[in-house]
Ligand binder design. Structure first.
Ligand SMILES: NC(=O)c1ccc[n+]([C@@H]2O[C@H](COP(=O)([O-])OP(=O)(O)OC[C@H]3O[C@@H](n4cnc5c(N)ncnc54)[C@H](OP(=O)(O)O)[C@@H]3O)[C@@H](O)[C@H]2O)c1
Length: 409
């Protein structure tokens, strides 16, 4: 039986997961591809580390050694950061190799160039694992929803921040304490800023944008807000509306304009993202024909990520590359002056001229939390929150039908 020869660039959590699944699922791969899948080379940073790999695999810290392996077909890249992955992937493509990557930061920065490069060299670039780990969302958007124009994607794309928000709510705990638990469990890095400040979700959203619309919005036009400032009181305020606070990445087209954001928002009980808890990821896609579809599952981890990368490998041999469909819309980001509903938690100075919809108090210990629902634009809300130390504002993008009954009850 002939072989597909694969080199792994990176042998950490993801690289080892791919290595393991190639062994455990070899028979399935052979049955589908009618070829063996063989790992023939592994690139690492430190060759002296002890590794449990077969003796006939070339282990090197030099990319040239790996790319010179004869009859290599595919490189699977799972290194951290834009470089050296970008340079290595370019070199691989120049040698006619297909590339599968899990590296979201690299793709968000260089995806456009790499897609062009792949076209130029007649090779494939696949990246399912870079967005929402094991959930097959890229393939769905690329190969399954073709007639539909995707008009909105709303997603929980970072398992660490979702774990923190769920656990704070369940255990009535403070952010810093739950972050420490996430670090102990290995869900959060020693430096957790990429996850909790929203950058990891932002990179994934930019990859989705490029896939759907052929390009990304200007990065400085995307509202990116993390979860560092979330307190248990905010989660209680959400509960008073039968809602949960979720860290949501959104990209949507409306009126010919595209708006993208990553921020904590209130999700009502009726919405699919409400029930997404712990380290899970979830994606809600709205197609103009099909309506709303929801996908949920593991967004990271060795096996879910390996699953996505090996499904990519199969897709290279089984599925034709699809051309992206240019959107008719002019790519203009919405301005920040559009009015939206917000929940303000904390004392609001009465002098602020805001369009107040409701106000109510929630008992909390010996005191109360003031909640105010207002209609305002982003700029106004930001300037008010800046002036009031004890005030936080959260968007209410969804239809909270029961709000008046709930609040007035
Ligand atoms: N972990 C997940 O669940 C997950 C899920 C989806 C996507 N991803 C993405 O997948 C990528 C890999 O993540 P990971 O968690 O597997 O990372 P990791 O555990 O830190 O492993 C990184 C690997 O890259 C190697 N490496 C680092 N710098 C290198 C260099 N300059 N040259 C060659 N090799 C180098 C390291 O070599 P040594 O072994 O010698 O140190 C290590 O084997 C990242 O881009 C991440 O965002 C991860």
């Amino acid at each position: 039986m002939s072989e597909i020869k694969v080199a792994l660039l990176g042998f950490g959590t993801v690289g080892k997961g791919v290595y393991q699944v190639v062994q455990t699922h070899q028979k399935r791969l052979e049955a589908i591809l009618h070829k063996k899948v063989r790992i023939v080379g592994i690139l690492v940073q430190d060759e002296t580390k002890q590794r449990d790999i077969q003796a006939d695999i070339l282990l090197s810290s030099n990319i040239e050694d790996i790319l010179q392996i004869s009859d290599l077909d595919i490189v699977m890249e799972a290194i951290v950061g834009v470089e050296p992955g970008y340079t290595y992937i370019r070199k691989a493509m120049e040698r006619g190799l297909h590339v599968i990557t899990a590296n979201k930061e690299l793709l968000a920065h260089k995806g456009y160039e790499l897609k062009r490069k792949a076209q130029q060299h007649g090779v494939r670039l696949e990246y399912e694992a870079a967005v929402a780990g094991g959930i097959p969302i890229i393939r769905t958007l690329k190969h399954v929803l073709r007639v539909n124009e995707t008009i909105k994607v709303e997603a929980i794309l970072n398992g660490t921040s979702n774990f923190i928000l769920s656990t704070m709510r369940e255990n009535q705990a403070a952010f810093v304490d739950v972050l420490a638990v996430a670090q102990q469990k290995g869900y959060a890095e020693a430096d957790p800023s990429n996850d909790i400040d929203g950058w990891d979700a932002f990179y994934k959203l930019m990859i989705i944008s490029e896939l759907l619309f052929g390009h990304q919005p200007a990065w400085d036009k995307v509202e990116v807000q993390g979860i560092r400032n979330i307190q248990y009181e905010h989660l209680l305020a959400a509960k008073s509306l039968d809602a949960r606070m979720k860290h949501v990445a959104t990209i949507e087209i409306s009126g010919g304009k595209i708006h993208a954001s990553v921020e904590p928002i209130l999700i009502p009980k009726s919405h699919a993202l409400y029930a997404v808890e712990g380290v899970n990821n979830a994606i809600n896609v709205t197609g103009d024909v099909v309506g709303e579809l929801s996908f949920q599952g593991p967004g990271a981890g060795a096996l879910p990520t390996a699953s996505a990368m090996l499904e990519d490998l199969i897709s290279i041999y089984e599925l034709k590359e699809v051309s992206s469909i240019p959107t008719a819309q002019t790519f203009v980001e919405t301005n920040q002056l559009q009015e939206e509903e917000w929940l303000l938690v904390g004392s609001l100075d009465p002098v602020h001229q805001l369009h107040r919809l409701d106000q109510w108090e929630i008992p909390y210990g010996l005191s109360t939390i003031t909640c105010t629902r207002v209609l305002a634009n982003n700029e106004l809300i930001k300037s008010i929150v800046k002036q009031c130390d004890q005030l936080e504002a959260f968007k209410m993008k969804h239809n909270f039908v029961s709000i008046n009954q709930k609040v007035l009850a």
